[in-house]
Write a protein that binds this ligand. Sequence first.
Ligand SMILES: NC(=O)CC(=O)C(=O)O
Length: 253
Amino acid sequence: MQLDVDLSVPKADRLAETLRLVRERADDHLVVLPELWLPGGWDYARWDEDAETLDGPTAQALAEAARDAGVWLHGGSIVERGDDGAHYNTSLVFGPDGALRATYRKIHRFGFDSGEAALMGPGADLVTLATPFGTLGLATCYDLRFPEMFRLLLDRGAEVLVVPAAWPARRVEHWRLLARARAVENQVFVLACNTAGSQAGLAQGGHSVVVDPWGEIVAEAGPEGRVLTAEIDTALVAKTRADFPVLKDRRVG
Ligand SMILES: NC(=O)CC(=O)C(=O)O
C-alpha cells in the first residue's frame, strides 16, 4: 500500500484508515506497508515520542488487522524502542493468525552521520521468512543501495525481496533502477513499497513497484497514495534460474 503519509492528519486517524485498508484485503494476500508510515520517515522530531516496543500499540493494532483480514502483513517499519535504550527502524511481519513472525532492524541507516544515521541504531541481522508466497528477504529503503546485502539474502534462500521505504521524489529514478537491478541480479521478485505525499517538506517519490525475476515491472504506482495490487507466481523464480542460470557462474562468495 503506497500510503500518503500526511503528518498534519492526526496519528490515530491515519492508523485507523490504514487498518481499514488492510481489513479490506482478501485472505490470500501479502499486504505491504511503507517505512515509518506512522511516525513519518523524515520528521525526526517525532521519533522519540513515537518510539514503541515490539508489543506496543501499533504492533498490536497491526496484528489484529492481519488476523481480522486473514492476510500476511508486512507492517512497514516503526521506531522501535530497544531494550538497550536505542531506537531502531524495525520492520514487522505478521502471519494471518496475527502472530509476529519476523522483525528486521534496518541495517543501513540514511543520513551520512546525521538524521537516521545519528538517531537510530544499526540492525545487525539479516532476516528471511518462509511464507506461502515463497521465502521473503527483508530490507528497508536505503538498504536497496547495498547489493552485497541482497546477495547474502539470496544465499539464505530469499525468493521475494520486500523493501518498504520513504524514498524522496528527487531520487525516484534511483529507486526504480535499483529495485529492478536487485531483481535481475538475484533472479528474485522485488516488492518495493514507498510513501507518497510530503513529509517534513520533502516530497516523497511514490512509484511503488513489483518487479519479477527477469526484471520486468509487473505493477507500478504513480506518485499518488494508492493500493497497488499484483499477482505473483513464485515458481517463476526457479524457472528464471533454470532457463538463464547466471547464478551458477558466480566466482566470488
Ligand atoms: N530514505 C532512505 O533511507 C534512502 C534514500 O533516500 C536514498 O536516496 O537512498
